[in-house]
Design a protein around this ligand. Structure first.
Ligand code: CO
Length: 135
């Protein structure tokens, strides 16, 4: 069902500043950045091995990441598992009684389809399922 850690997401206030600080500390450049309106974020993806660190900054204070930042401050926001079939993964989780944030997949960055699993489902951790766009 899951075959890779697609990314680990860190919520930050200022995307430019966070990219620069991460570059200076760890010498890693973002491969791309994009605004994902549907999620109210701008994200930068930094490739590390076969996975990414995703730096996430809110477009406004009322978006989910904006609310997260005002509640908890900067820090780890979610972990994203790559799945081959996101509908099958959601069905399987539903059958196991998992609490889902998204009942249906929605559009994420990179043309991927994503869905969030509620932190109450596993260890207080927000988990994102990602089905990458097929070439
Ligand atoms: Co993510």
């Amino acid at each position: 069902m899951i075959y890779n850690i697609d990314h680990v997401a860190i919520a930050v206030h200022d995307l430019d500043e966070a990219i620069e600080r991460h570059r200076k500390l760890f010498g890693a450049e973002p491969l791309w950045r994009e605004v994902v309106d549907q999620q109210g974020v701008e994200e930068a993806m930094i490739a590390i091995g076969g996975s990414f660190v995703q730096l996430l900054a809110p477009l406004n204070t009322t978006s989910p990441v904006g609310r997260f930042l005002s509640k908890y401050g900067e820090g780890m926001h979610h972990i994203a598992y790559a799945v081959t079939d996101i509908e099958a993964a959601l069905d399987d989780l539903r059958q196991q009684g998992a609490r889902l944030v998204d009942e249906e997949p929605r559009q994420g960055g990179r043309g991927a389809r994503i869905a969030f699993v509620h932190p109450a489902t596993f260890a207080g951790t927000l988990i994102e399922l990602v089905e990458l766009a097929h070439e």
